[in-house]
Each structure stands twice: as structure tokens, then as C-alpha cells.
Design a protein around this ligand. Structure first.
Ligand code: CDP
Length: 213
């Protein structure tokens, strides 16, 4: 009784889930966890040490050695497309996922800063990590629109991008996320599915808040 409120925000890349999750956390005064950063950190550790993210043994070792509490989440390399690709690769390995379960559940059960709730942004929060979450959202959008958003985001950070390549890589990552054997990307049976193809950030936020209240 009286445990923290847990809001699960799942969905594919550039669906608007991160924007929504951060905004919900700010509005409600809850802690926010971008769980993609954990997978990205494991992918980046492999890239930095010259190992192949597709090497399951190396990926499992990196995930097991990963110390979420002392990681530097401000490293810009974490946000790079190459790191996202590596994250998608390591995230398909069951032992990598298993190594990252506890840190996510701990965050939700004991939101840092004595906050009364946690907003968890990910792919399998509502299905695997926090199946008893208080509110569950699954945010999606058509892939062409998501690729457009990602191109804008990358260009905004000063990267030169080839839009067709961004779309192609997003398709590949979606494909892998949706079809992996463990914790595939899918809405929980009790999630509110929100399609943001024609919904801007304000409208998405307003809709989510009305569903929470
Ligand atoms: O938004 P984007 O997909 O670029 O990045 P992200 O949310 O940081 O996630 C990067 C990759 O990590 C995803 O493609 C997933 O394969 C994986 N991931 C996951 O499997 N489970 C999570 N809870 C979060 C991310």
C-alpha cells in the first residue's frame, strides 16, 4: 500500500515517448528514468573497447560489469546514432536484459530524491519491468514521421545526416526490437496506446494528463 506511483511510457524510437515522459515527470514532480541510456551505455562500453556489440559473450560481460550508479549519462557519445544501433544489438541478448532489470525496478520502487513517483521511459516497462505500473502508455507514430523527427533532432545537434539512411536504420532497429525473443517491443494489454503521427508534444501531454487524472 502507498508505494510510489509508477508511470510506464513505452514505444519505438522517436515516437515522442521521451518528450512525454520528461514532461510528465516535471509536471507531477516524479523522478524520470530514460532506460534506453542503460542499453546505450552498455553498447558504448563495447564500442569504446573495440569489441563487437553483436558478440553476445562480450555484451553480457559489459552489462554485468555496468555500474548504473556511477555511469556518466552526460557523455554526448551516448546519444550518437552509432551508439543507438549498438544499444539495439545488445538489447536483444537475454542476459544483457537480465543484468539491467534490477536497477530499473529499484529506481521505480525507490524513486531518487524521495519523489512520490517515477516515470519510466523504455520498451518493456509495462510488460516486463513494472507490469503493475499505475499508468501505462504506449506511444507510437508512423515510421516516416519518426524518421523525420530523428533527422531534425540530429541536425539540431549539428550532425550531417542522410534522411534515407536514418529511415533505413530506424526500420532495422524497429524490426529487431519488435521481433526479439525476450521482451519484444509491444504494448501491454492494459496500456493506453497513443499515436502521435498527427499529435504535437502539447497535445500528447494534455491527452496523457487527462488519462492519468
Ligand atoms: O529513441 P531511441 O530508440 O533512439 O533510443 P533509446 O530509447 O535510447 O533505445 C536504444 C535501444 O535500446 C533501442 O533500440 C532498444 O533496442 C533498446 N532498449 C530496450 O531494448 N529496452 C529499453 N527499455 C530501452 C531501450
Amino acid at each position: 500500500m502507498g508505494g510510489p506511483v509508477i508511470i510506464a511510457v513505452d514505444g519505438p524510437a522517436a515516437s515522442g515517448k521521451g518528450t512525454l515522459a520528461r514532461r510528465l515527470a516535471a509536471e507531477l514532480g516524479y523522478a524520470y528514468l530514460d532506460t534506453g541510456l542503460l542499453y546505450r551505455a552498455v553498447g558504448l562500453a563495447l564500442l569504446n573497447s573495440g569489441r563487437d556489440p553483436a558478440d553476445e559473450t562480450a555484451a553480457t560481460a559489459a552489462a554485468t560489469a555496468f555500474d548504473a550508479a556511477s555511469a556518466d549519462y552526460s557523455d554526448p557519445a551516448l546519444r550518437a546514432e552509432e551508439t543507438g544501433k549498438a544499444a539495439g544489438t545488445v538489447a536483444a541478448f537475454p542476459l544483457v536484459r537480465a543484468a539491467l532489470v534490477e536497477v530499473q525496478r529499484q529506481f521505480a520502487a525507490n524513486p531518487p530524491g524521495d519523489k512520490l513517483g517515477a516515470v519510466m521511459d523504455g520498451r518493456d516497462i509495462g510488460t516486463v519491468i513494472c507490469p503493475d505500473a499505475t499508468h501505462k502508455f504506449f506511444i507510437e507514430a508512423e515510421i516516416e514521421e519518426r524518421a523525420r523527427r530523428r533527422v531534425k533532432e540530429l541536425q539540431g545537434r549539428g550532425n550531417a545526416v542522410i534522411p534515407a539512411q536514418v529511415l533505413q536504420e530506424m526500420k532495422e532497429r524497429d524490426e529487431r526490437d519488435r521481433n526479439r525473443a525476450v521482451a519484444p517491443l509491444a504494448p501491454a494489454a492494459d496500456a493506453s496506446v497513443v499515436n502521435t503521427t498527427n499529435l504535437n508534444a502539447d497535445a500528447t501531454f494534455a491527452l496523457a494528463m487527462s488519462l492519468i487524472r
